[in-house]
Design a protein. Structure first.
Length: 180
C-alpha cells in the first residue's frame, strides 16, 4: 500500500519533469527559427523594401523551418494563426482548440505543453505583435503597393487588421520523448 501511495505521489512530479524537458527542448528548437526568420526579413527589407520582405517570408520562411526539421523526422515545428496568410500554415488538429481558446479569451496565452499520444508531445508558444515593422504587412493601414503584392502572393490572405500587442498566432513543436 505504501509503494502504491508513493507511486501516486511521484507520478505528477515525473509528468511535470517531462513537460519541463519538452518545454526546454522546444524553446531551444524555436530559437533559431525565430532568429533566422527575423534576420532574413530585416535583411530583405533593408535591401529591397517591404515588398522584398514579403517575398522573403513567402520563399525563405518555409525553408528555414524545413532546415531545422531535417535533423530528425521525429521533430516537426512551424507557425500558425487564426488569421492565415499562407494556407500551408493551417493549424494542426491538436492546435485548433488552443488557438480558439486563446482568441476567444482575449488574454495573452501561456506557453502550453500538450501530451499528444504515447511518447509524443506538443508545445505551443504565442506569437505577439510586438514590432512596428510587423504592422506594415499585418496592421490596419497597409500601403496599397504592399496590399497588391500580398494579394498576388496570397489570394486568400486573412492576416491583416492586427494592432500592436495583439495575439498573432502560435509557434508549435511536435516531438517524441526520445528526442529530448
Amino acid at each position: 500500500m505504501k509503494l502504491f501511495t508513493l507511486i501516486l505521489f511521484l507520478l505528477p512530479l515525473s509528468l511535470h519533469g517531462i513537460e519541463e524537458k519538452v518545454k526546454i527542448k522546444a524553446i531551444d528548437l524555436l530559437k533559431p527559427l525565430k532568429q533566422n526568420l527575423m534576420q532574413t526579413l530585416q535583411s530583405e527589407i533593408k535591401a529591397k523594401g517591404i515588398i522584398g520582405g514579403i517575398e522573403a517570408c513567402q520563399i525563405e520562411a518555409p525553408k528555414i523551418a524545413e532546415a531545422l526539421q531535417e535533423k530528425t523526422k521525429k521533430i516537426e515545428l512551424g507557425r500558425t494563426s487564426h488569421k492565415l496568410r499562407n494556407s500551408n500554415n493551417a493549424p494542426r488538429d491538436w492546435v485548433k482548440p488552443y488557438l480558439k481558446e486563446f482568441v476567444s479569451s482575449g488574454k495573452i496565452p501561456p506557453v502550453q505543453v500538450v501530451r499528444l499520444s504515447g511518447e509524443r508531445y506538443g508545445y505551443l508558444e504565442p506569437i505577439m505583435l510586438t514590432q512596428p515593422l510587423c504592422l506594415q504587412c499585418h496592421g490596419n493601414e497597409i500601403e496599397s503597393e504592399v496590399m497588391v503584392r500580398l494579394k498576388a502572393l496570397y489570394p486568400n490572405d486573412d492576416a491583416a487588421g492586427f494592432k500592436m500587442g495583439e495575439f498573432r498566432g502560435l509557434f508549435w513543436v511536435e516531438m517524441d520523448l526520445t528526442e529530448i
